[in-house]
Design a binder for this molecule. Structure first.
Ligand code: SAH
Length: 215
């Protein structure tokens, strides 16, 4: 946790800006949260590169510039309650926690949730609740949400998540087959219906039904 020095920060932020992350609030959130604690073992020394990296349970921590672009597409306000589906390392949730009032994050791997919680505690990120569940059903007890971010690719935006989005709310979700290029979609919930726009091609691990067995 001590490696995050001024030089590394500058290069990290430069890569974000060059890849289209321009929102100042998002950039400062990403400047505050050190990515290294979320990348364990062999790959930790590459934590400040703008690249996805392997984490436990065969999953990946997303590329920082993709984290930045998805976060800025959410247009989060400080009073927002946000749901993230796909906790993974917990890095994306930590970034969201700097911008929103409350963050709920869910993963189907109990181990990932447990390890992410430990980092949130160590970093004093008290406004995140991490839950083991099948996030494609959302979190009915906490719904509705102002913003929803899905960080695993679905064939279609899951129905329960659309239902749990507030009117005026925004959901960002990678859509497409898991082994092909997917599209990052932004969904806005209107008074009567949904408005979709396609942001850019992305590549995420698939959204999988049910809890993982290997925890
Ligand atoms: N946002 C993460 C990266 C996510 S990788 C980060 O910042 O590190 C995608 C994650 O989605 C994986 O951890 C995977 O276990 C999880 N996932 C896949 N299907 C899921 C489902 N149905 N419900 C909850 N989590 C799911």
């Amino acid at each position: 946790m001590t490696r995050w020095d001024a030089e590394q920060k500058m290069q990290f932020l430069f890569a974000l800006r060059s890849n289209g992350v321009t929102d100042q609030a998002v950039l400062s959130a990403m400047e505050k949260i050190d990515r290294a604690p979320f990348v364990k073992g062999l790959f930790a020394e590459r934590a400040y590169e703008d690249t996805p990296l392997p984490i436990a349970c065969g999953q990946t921590i997303s590329q920082p510039s993709v984290v930045g672009l998805m976060t800025q597409a959410l247009e989060i306000s400080p009073r927002d309650k946000v749901l993230e589906v796909g906790t993974g390392s917990g890095y994306q949730a930590a970034i969201l926690s700097q911008l929103a009032r409350r963050v709920y994050t869910t993963d189907r791997h109990r181990r990932l949730v447990r390890e992410a919680r430990e980092i949130f505690e160590a970093m004093d990120l008290a406004n995140i609740t991490a839950i083991t569940s099948d996030g494609s059903f959302g979190l009915p007890d906490q719904a509705p949400f102002d913003r929803i971010l899905v960080t695993a690719a679905a064939e279609d935006p899951p129905g329960p998540l659309l239902e749990q989005l507030k009117i005026g709310g925004i959901m960002v979700v990678p859509v497409g087959q898991s082994d092909a290029v997917q599209s990052l979609i932004r969904v806005r919930r209107l008074e009567n219906g949904f408005d979709y726009d396609e942001l850019r091609p992305v590549r995420f691990v698939p959204l999988i039904e049910g809890l993982a067995r290997d925890h």
